[in-house]
Ligand binder design. Sequence first.
Ligand code: BDR
Ligand code: CA
Length: 320
Amino acid sequence: MDLSELKKIPVILDGDPGHDDAIAWMLTKASPVFDILAVTSCNGNQTIEKTTNNALRVCTLLGIDAPVARGLDRGLLTDPIPAGNIHGQTGLDGPALPEPGMELSQLGAVRLMAKALQESEEPVTIISTGPQTNVAALLLAHPELKSKIARISMMGGGIAYGNWTPAAEFNILVDPEAAVVIFNSGIPVQMCGLDVTEQALIFPEDFERIRAVGNQVAVVVAEWLEFFYKFHREIGYAGAPVHDACAVASLLHPEMFTIRDLYVQVETTGEYCRGMTIADHYGVTGKAPNVSCVLGLDRQAFADLLVEAVKAYDGWEVRV
Ligand code: BDR
Ligand code: CA
């Protein structure tokens, strides 16, 4: 089939790049299936200034030519929680990146997302790889646009355990109230929580397969993985958990993943469990499932997908 005839899936990328966000965006841009309408930065692993600068640089590196807008600088009700121990002081430490090759949009993230939805003929998929503040603010400000959102594919949560507290995963903990808005929105939500993303390990031998592809993006991705692995190796991981790329890969190749529809809620109070995502495994609430929970994956197929994806950048190079 001629790929140019393929009906594309329009997407908005909202994230806090971040090594694994950047790899998720690399995978999105590499696939002819997606049409990237807009990119929005969110407050997450670093300040909004840093994640916005990273978003511009990553889009420049990857040749993403969609408008990029700055997101909200804190959660709906929460202060930021920087995670410099994982992604470094810039939020995306490691290889040198190009200076931004485009201007930041005059619109803020919520207004840019609203515009992209209003102008799209097809319902749009939002790929959220950071705290869900911008997406929740969009739904609160523009409930009339819900029908223009096909689904929200997100990295966040985990129905077994947390990583920032024993109960809570980072993206949800940063803005639990935003997650509540998403989960109760009635929009189809696909959640890649820690249950699957901690199985999405890219091993050092995979870094080398990616580096060996040899183009500029491949080399940068290999170096991102190396940086991201440093922290995780120290705490006993066998590879780098590329959490955020699951939110893209599970759309592209659902057959690689185990997915279960469950009723999920977010704890917003509680001494120990704020930010926890709690799934009703046995239907005890009698509530209909509101989240497609991605729970497992074929790790080898996922690693191979990333190796194939970087090949899409052969012949593309920007000045650093
Ligand atoms: C999430 O936290 C961030 O550091 C990663 O980019 C990912 O989105 C994992 O808990
Ligand atoms: Ca992220």
